[in-house]
Design a protein around this ligand. Sequence first.
Ligand code: FMN
Length: 169
Amino acid sequence: MFAHSPTATAEVLEAVAAAGPAVPLWAKLSPTVSDLAEIAGAALSHGAEGVTLVNTALAMVIDTERRVPVLGSGPAGGGLSGPPLHPIAVRAVFDVRAAHPDATIIGVGGVMTGRDAVELLMAGADAVQVGTATFRDPRAAWRVLDGIGAWCSSHRVRAVRSLRGAAQP
Ligand SMILES: Cc1cc2nc3c(=O)[nH]c(=O)nc-3n(C[C@H](O)[C@H](O)[C@H](O)COP(=O)(O)O)c2cc1C
């Protein structure tokens, strides 16, 4: 799990950058760390053009009838996604934006509505990704986009860009 270590994150980014991919290099980072801003800094200073925050959080669900772990790969635990992850994602984006004002940040985690996306933008995201919601509704991204538009209209916000980092002190 290289994204749990600043050193390993830097090494992976250096190796990928050296391979010269003709695509933008964004590092997808884990929220299950004590200092995400440090790991984001390691990625950004070793070739990442942006960071995507966050991956699933390490978690476990136990089937109490069968007495076995059932989330993800069972005994190895799994990844928590969807609405329970959202406040963790908002905090992660907020902290990394505060530490890296010029970084490109893609916010992801439990975005189900336009308001959820607005929250990530206000925390400091430049763009928002929709994951789990698309399993329930393949058109979720369009629904979220419409929701952002509706939120902006009802709050007299003319440019989505103006929301970026709006909750930062
Ligand atoms: C079934 C599933 C598979 C996933 N596979 C990957 C993956 O291969 N690579 C990756 O970076 N993130 C993966 N993720 C994490 C998502 O891209 C996303 O970061 C996370 O689920 C939080 O967003 P969400 O709550 O909108 O799903 C996966 C998530 C789920 C639920």
